[in-house]
Design a protein. Structure first.
Length: 226
């Protein structure tokens, strides 16, 4: 997606369906930033820096308690939304320090995906995110490639997929199957490609897309890395 010069991009970090309310904590990345992705009991999706501000232990080792994220080390709990420390179980009578706060990032859910914005001042969610995947399409797989996001996009273009003029993503036929590819710049030299398709799960067209995706990964990783 083309982004205005001074606007941080929205990154497609994970499928919305992979985050269950009050349950799992999913590790994610965007532009080298390690993320803890989770859904509070009230259903709101969260994307936090994967580091407890108390002793820097990864939040992905912790657990979700209602609308709080609890660190696995000392159990300090942080409120969904604000990231504010709300409870220290070892000292239940002590007021939680107001200056201890997890680093949070802006989130949006659209087109079956959780999108994250890393900007300190989160811009408005663009309507275009909702058009990234056509209604009624099915998720195929997330392709992990040891290459830059730029290299992944170049390979998609070589395979006949075109970047949407308004909505994010690349669209075209892959393995003979109509496909949308959402590219995530995860880390230097690492990209994720989320593939969605009009093909029904279990169909011959879906199987053909899985095979084409494996070939695409081999092609991308064989390209020179700049």
């Amino acid at each position: 997606m083309n982004t205005p010069e001074n606007t941080a991009p929205w990154h497609p970090v994970a499928r919305s369906a992979d985050l269950r309310p009050g349950a799992n904590i999913v590790a994610g990345f965007a532009e080298g930033q390690e993320l803890a992705l989770w859904r509070a009991a009230d259903g709101t999706a969260q994307a936090w820096e994967n580091r407890c501000p108390h002793r820097s232990v990864r939040f992905t080792l912790g657990q979700v308690i209602d609308n709080r994220l609890a660190c696995a080390y000392h159990g300090w709990q942080y409120e969904a939304g604000s990231g504010q420390c709300a409870s220290i179980p070892a000292h239940p009578a002590m007021q939680a320090p107001r200056n201890v706060c997890a680093k949070t990032f802006g989130t949006a859910e659209a087109a079956g995906m959780l999108w994250v914005n890393l900007s300190p001042e989160v811009p408005p969610v663009p309507d275009a995110l909702g058009g990234a995947v056509p209604d009624g399409w099915h998720f195929c797989r997330t392709l992990t490639v040891r290459a830059s996001a730029g290299t992944a996009r170049e390979a998609l273009a070589r395979n006949g997929l075109a970047e949407g003029p308004a909505a994010p993503g690349w669209r075209g036929r892959l393995g003979g199957t109509e496909t949308v590819a959402l590219v995530l710049d995860a880390q230097p030299g690492l990209a994720f490609i989320h593939l969605w398709t009009e093909a029904a799960p279990g169909s011959a067209a879906m199987k053909a897309l899985h095979a084409a995706a494996r070939q695409l990964r081999t092609e991308i990783e064989a390209l020179p890395q700049g």
